[in-house]
Design a protein around this ligand. Structure first.
Ligand code: ADP
Length: 503
């Protein structure tokens, strides 16, 4: 199958969260299954061209947005091959260069505020990513878009002028929702920037209570929809989690599939991880103790052999920061230490810093984005806390499982699909991998952490939790096959639609 991804961030080129990890890993897993995958992303300032051998091509496009024409140049590179020399074709990556729009310090916002021209930025990106296909004479069978930033490409195929070009007619479309909370909402006055006809600004199109909703444009028009865990696929059809789009999603329930994310085993492998002071793996855990000591030293924590809890996250309400801040004094009354890595809302930066000052040597806070430190925390911590308010899939609990770091999570979204709570039954069956709590309440979170502290003292129980986690298959191979099924269904649907419209 020939697959084309349009996505706004791809690891290792540019990353703000889990989307980049998925876009850096799943295409390689699909390529390993024998498919040809090519990816398009913007050429941001942070993409280090020389390091990844990204070169300019002769391909230039002129994209009309509103009254303006933006000149775009396409660069070309490839996803780095797996370090273990794994199988699979190379994944070609096209970078859309438009310096006035993408040559900026951040991907989506500066100092906590979205760039005011984000609609123009991602409209140009989506249109250029589509426009380069006929220019290359490369005809994929499936276009796979991700979140609001590329959902416009699906809308253009279904409702825009490109959709009527014969070149694009056979192209089936799939949209993955990585996080429904970000929809790309813009005032109606900006509509011309979408490049779509007026007729698409309706309730059945991109209109959402008088505003332009880019994600909705993809939700109503893609042949197939996926999201990143089965539980989240059900949650988003309810008013509690649907962010106003639950009705649209319910109407498309038959086309919506939840597929749990995997991890890139070449990036996240404690046996080979270059960021670690010592390597380790199942049955060879001495290196993990070295990583713990190193993490304590680097973070200014006392040397202590109680439970060390790690947290790595965007500092937003979604991740349960309010719950954590409310419950932290209760947690820190227990014999444990906490290390946090994150960036995000300024109010959380301040509150975490104050908390760290209250608990020197017990709570360490790193308010930065640091890929190496993320690996060191996954390796050095004993447990990993994710008290999320909602969590489409979550990747850190998967990294934790692989690194023998026992997850403590709320039963929500992908967390409930990937962590098995310690109960008498799951302990007996040796299937337990972590601690799960139900309510979004500081007491419930503290209860799960208390259970973890008690279990940590029971060497046999803790070892069996680590072993069960490390044995889980959290790689992409199974999920990649599920995506192939979604692609096949989207192709069949597109062919059926074509047949009915040409009758
Ligand atoms: P989300 O996509 O909602 O942010 P995920 O758990 O799916 O959450 O993925 C987050 C990814 O971003 C993980 O790879 C995590 O390690 C990484 N990450 C988040 N914050 C930081 C940070 N401050 N430094 C390094 N990596 C981070």
């Amino acid at each position: 199958m020939k697959l084309y991804w349009i996505v706004s961030e791809v690891a290792p080129f540019a990353k703000t969260g889990g989307l980049a990890d998925v876009a850096g890993a799943l295409p390689k897993a699909l390529a390993a299954l024998g498919h040809e995958v090519r990816v398009a992303m913007p050429l941001y300032q942070s993409v280090v061209r020389a390091r990844f051998d990204i070169r300019p091509t002769d391909l230039r496009l002129a994209i009309s947005v509103g009254a303006r024409v933006r000149d775009v140049r396409i660069w070309e590179g490839a996803l780095p091959a797996p370090t273990n020399g794994g199988a699979g074709r190379q994944v070609v990556v096209y970078f859309v260069e438009c310096a006035p729009l993408f040559d900026r310090g951040e991907l989506y916002h500066a100092t906590g505020r979205d760039y005011p021209d984000n609609l123009e930025r991602f409209s140009v990106f989506a249109q250029a990513a589509l426009g380069l296909l006929p220019a290359l004479s490369w005809q994929p069978e499936v276009l796979h878009c991700h979140d609001w930033q590329s959902a416009l490409a699906c809308a253009h195929l279904a409702m825009g002028a490109v959709g009527s070009q014969p070149f694009f007619a056979p192209l089936a479309t799939v949209l993955t929702i990585h996080n429904l909370a970000y929809q790309g909402l813009f005032p109606q006055a900006q509509w011309p920037l979408t490049g779509l006809p007026e007729a698409a600004f309706t309730m059945n199109g991109l209109e959402f209570y008088g505003q332009v909703n880019c994600l909705k444009g993809g939700l109503v028009s893609a042949d197939g929809l996926t999201t990143v865990s089965p539980t989240y696929s059900r949650e988003i059809q309810t008013s509690a989690f649907g962010c106003g789009l639950e009705g649209v999603l319910r109407a498309r329930a038959e086309d919506l599939t939840g597929i749990v994310n995997g991890i890139d085993p070449s990036e996240w492998n404690p046996r080979t991880d270059p960021h670690l002071a010592a390597r380790f793996g199942p049955g060879q855990l001495a290196g993990k103790a070295v990583c713990k000591l190193e993490l304590q030293q680097r973070s200014g924590l006392a040397e202590h052999n109680g439970l060390l809890i790690g947290m790595i996250q965007r500092l937003t309400e979604q991740k349960g920061l309010d719950l954590f801040l409310e419950g932290a004094p209760r947690l820190l009354a227990l014999p444990l230490q906490i290390v946090i890595l994150g960036t995000g809302e300024p109010r959380y930066h301040e509150q975490l810093q104050q908390l760290a000052e209250q608990f020197p040597g017990r709570l360490a806070v790193h308010l930065t984005f640091d890929e190496a430190l993320a690996h060191q925390i996954e390796a050095g911590a004993d447990a990993f806390l994710m008290p999320s308010r909602f969590e489409p899939c979550g990747l850190n609990q998967l990294y934790s499982l692989r690194y023998g770091t026992v997850p403590i999570v709320r039963r929500i979204g992908g967390l409930s699909d990937t962590v098995v709570d310690v109960t008498p039954a799951s302990s007996a069956a040796r299937t337990a991998t972590g601690f799960v709590f139900e309510d979004y309440a500081a007491g419930a979170m503290a209860g799960a952490v208390k259970r973890a502290v008690a279990a940590f003292r029971d060497h046999t129980l803790w070892s069996s939790l680590m072993a069960a986690g490390m044995q889980q298959d959290v790689s992409w191979s199974r999920s990649a096959r599920e995506y192939v099924t979604v692609y096949e269904r989207a192709i069949a649907k597109r062919q059926m639609n074509k047949a009915t419209t040409t009758k």
